[in-house]
Design a protein around this ligand. Structure first.
Ligand code: EPZ
Length: 417
């Protein structure tokens, strides 16, 4: 059990270099098995989810190691095509290995993935896309086995721009004969990063970042090097912490375009934002104002992953803010815990109304999921007194050395393992 100890009331000040992206690293780690390959990945965050992906790679017979933020993979020795439940349940992204295994081995055996419980989270779009490319899929309870004699190109129409289904279809299509076109694709920056990696290993891929992605032939390379893009949700979290504590923080090594919607709302709440593309500074005097309505949407809309931390930053804002969560059915799990700090939040269905209060007071909380846990840290930094968060390892799934990162900005925080 991780226990976060926070003494609130400190303004955050200083420069923060933002870690590499969890959600860009994970699909690239899965893509490393598409062909026999040796690859080096740089700026990979040291996270529980990355470690889980490396253990899957090793279970499949690859060499996979992380040294600091460098990862080395040798998938020339891949020998398996099934992933046991205990590895699958550790995170949602384990399901992305399905497309890669089908492309490489013509078969995959795995179970339903784990990850944050944010709602039903079915994988019907993943399975439908693979089926259209010729895969025969058997589902027996939680077990899924896929087999294909001849993977072929297909026209895939995603009824919803699912990030994971787009990534799985892109990976499987790299092993197919003929062109695959994904219509209604997700447009997240992580999809563009995956396209860059696939091109590096010899795949003909285009259109990432738009709604239509084309995947053609493959001229396999045997070596690849890639630097992981910065984590736009970690950047958003630190920006929200600066706003909530009345601080002045400069984020470096980021692409501010990737979280411009978050910066837009912090500016609307009264923060001064100075944007230099590769760095952005957020300055707030601490007393924010409510910002009307925020609706979470697929990229380039406001990210659902930043919803809990923006909520936490607005708990003491003057006036009422309404947040509508359109992506996941159950993404207000942090609310009952934030109320324990004295927050005034009313939820009905997928809408939360946050009425700003003058004070928050520290108390004992329990982290509910990755971004919910991060929101409790942001709120604890703005609260008076001590906040103690019991965390079954949610936050360290996505934030590398977050206590050190915040302490470097003047926060009074430490993590007890
Ligand atoms: C990715 O999850 C991210 N995870 C999530 O971040 C993020 O919240 C989500 O995209 C949305 O932006 C990673 O990249 C590892 P989806 P993913 O498929 O791929 C429904 C974090 O905190 N859907 O785009 O699982 C689904 O139920 C995590 O870092 C289907 O109905 O998300 C959801 O309502 C949490 N059928 C919506 O689409 C499907 O087959 C979006 O899901 C697939 C999805």
């Amino acid at each position: 059990m991780d226990i976060w100890h926070i003494r609130g009331g400190q303004r955050l000040e200083g420069i923060s270099f933002v870690q590499g992206s969890k959600n860009a690293s994970l699909p690239i780690l899965a893509a490393s098995i598409l062909i026999p390959l040796r690859c080096e990945l740089h700026n990979v965050p040291k996270l529980r989810d990355v470690d889980a992906a490396l253990r899957i790679l090793r279970h499949l017979g690859c060499r996979a190691e992380q040294w600091g933020n460098e990862v080395y993979i040798d998938s020339t020795t891949l020998s398996g095509s099934s992933i046991p439940h205990q590895l699958m349940e550790e995170m949602r992204s384990s399901v992305i290995f399905m497309g890669a295994l089908i492309a490489r081995c013509g078969e995959a055996r795995l179970s339903l993935p784990g990850g944050c419980q944010l709602g039903r989270r079915p994988i019907d779009l993943h399975l439908d896309a693979l089926h259209r490319m010729g895969a025969e899929i058997e589902e027996d309870g939680a077990e899924i086995s896929c087999r294909v004699s001849k993977l072929h190109g297909a026209d895939i129409l995603l009824r919803y721009p699912s990030v994971g289904a787009t990534e799985n279809a892109m990976l499987a299509a790299c092993g197919g004969k003929g062109e695959t076109v994904i219509h209604g694709a997700a447009r997240e920056p992580e999809i563009e990063a995956l396209q860059e990696f696939l091109r590096t290993i010899g795949a003909e891929v285009s259109g990432a970042g738009s709604e239509t992605i084309r995947i053609g032939g493959m001229r396999p390379q045997d070596h690849a090097v890639q630097r992981i893009i910065p984590d736009r949700i970690v950047a958003s979290t630190i920006a929200c912490a600066a706003a909530a504590t009345g601080g002045h923080v400069e984020l470096r090594g980021i692409d501010s375009k990737h979280f411009s919607t978050v910066l837009h709302f912090l500016n609307k709440a009264g923060c001064d934002i100075i944007n230099n593309n590769r760095s952005v500074s957020i300055r707030s005097d601490g007393r924010l104002r409510a910002i009307g309505e925020v609706v979470t949407e697929p990229y380039p809309g406001f990210p659902t992953d930043a919803q809990p931390v923006l909520m936490a930053a607005l708990l003491r804002a003057q006036g009422k803010t309404v947040i509508r969560e359109t992506i996941f059915e159950n993404r207000f799990r942090q609310v009952p815990e934030l109320r324990r700090l004295g927050a005034d939040i009313r939820c009905s269905g997928r809408t939360a109304e946050i009425q700003g209060v003058d004070f928050l007071h520290g108390t004992a909380l329990t982290a509910t999921d990755l971004r919910g846990g991060a929101a409790m840290i942001v709120a604890g930094l703005a609260a008076e007194g001590e906040t103690v968060i019991c965390d079954a390892g949610h936050v360290t799934r996505g934030y590398e050395s977050f206590d050190l990162c915040l302490r470097a900005l003047g926060a009074d925080i430490y993590l007890e393992y």
